[in-house]
Design a protein around this ligand. Sequence first.
Ligand code: CA
Length: 206
Amino acid sequence: MKTRLMPVILTGLTAFFMLVLTGSAALAAETPALSTEAARMGENPVILIGFEPDEPIFLAGVNGGEVKDYVVVSDDRQQGEGAGMITFDVSDPTQSWSGARVGRAFSPALSIPGYRKLGLWIKGDGLKHSVIVGFHDGVYDGSVWFDFEHAGWQHFVVDFGSFANQWQLDRLDWSHITRVFIEFADGAGTLKNKGTVVLDELVLAK
Ligand SMILES: [Ca+2]
C-alpha cells in the first residue's frame, strides 16, 4: 500500500464540510451483520457499509467534487449480495481540494469502542486515487487515508494502532459513531482526476 502525508488543512476542511453536511442524510440504520470476510479481519467484526442492495447509503460531492453515478452491482462483488460501483469526478481545477463520498448514517449510533482494525475491498481502475475513510461521532470527525493505484480487486487493512495517515481517531467517541464515509479525494490538489471504482465491505474489527 502506498501512503502519502496530506496537509492537515485538508482534513480540517473535510471536518468542516462534514459538519456542514450533518443532517443531510437522516437514514435508517440496519443492525450490522457478520460475514466470512469480516470474520477474517479479527475479533467481533462489524460491517459499517456492506454495499448491499437497498442499503441506506448517502452520496455527497464536496468542494467541487461530484459523485457522477453509484450503483450496487451483483456480478462483480467480494462479499454478500452486492458491491458498490461509484463513478466520481474530483478534477475541478478551480478548487484547491475536492472530494466525492459514499457513506452511511447510523441511528441509533453505533457503539464500537476498541475497534481498531479497518478492512475495505477496492476494485481499482488502474489510475492513482486517494481515499479517505471518515468517522463522525456527532461532535468530532476522525479519518484515515491512503493512496491506491491498481486494477482489479485488492483488500486493504488499516490498523489504527500503527497507521501513520490518521487524524483525530483518538478524539472520537467510539461508543457513539453516527456517520461513516468513504471519500475519493484529489490528494490536496495533486490527483485531480475522475474514476470508476468498486467498493465492498467496509468493516471494523478489534
Ligand atoms: Ca457486499
